[in-house]
Write a protein that binds this ligand. Structure first.
Ligand code: SF4
Length: 114
């Protein structure tokens, strides 16, 4: 089996081809650097995504957040349910942890709110 992927690690967006047989990776081509090969391996065995979203604040406004590490792709909806259920206390600074250890990642603020 052959799978085509676009590497999302950097803006170059290399077109990757992964050949597999019985779920085993036989060959990866098209990557320009080792990060692309690692991305293709991860995408074909245990895909992960970084989530960016917003969290409600105590004053009724919003603060932008993201996961500080990619989480398993199949946990994205559960992660969004957690993000949507939060009401964060102010003040918030960039990098503050809003929720700890959500599927191995922290939800962190990406903006300041006073
Ligand atoms: S393979 Fe390397 S150079 Fe190509 S898009 Fe991925 S990270 Fe960028």
């Amino acid at each position: 089996m052959e799978r085509k992927l676009t590497c999302i690690i950097c803006p170059l967006g290399c077109e990757l081809t992964v050949k597999t047989e019985d779920k085993q990776i036989l060959e990866i081509t098209g990557h320009t650097c080792p990060r692309g090969k690692a991305y293709a391996e991860s995408e074909c065995t245990a895909p992960k995504r970084t989530i960016t979203s917003t969290v409600k604040c105590a004053d009724g406004g919003l603060v932008s957040v993201k996961t500080d590490k990619p989480i398993p792709k199949e946990k994205m909806s559960e992660c969004m349910e957690i993000i949507n259920s939060i009401k964060a206390k102010l003040p918030i600074s960039i990098g503050d942890i809003i929720v700890e250890n959500v599927f191995g990642s922290n939800i962190v603020a990406t903006q300041n709110r006073r």
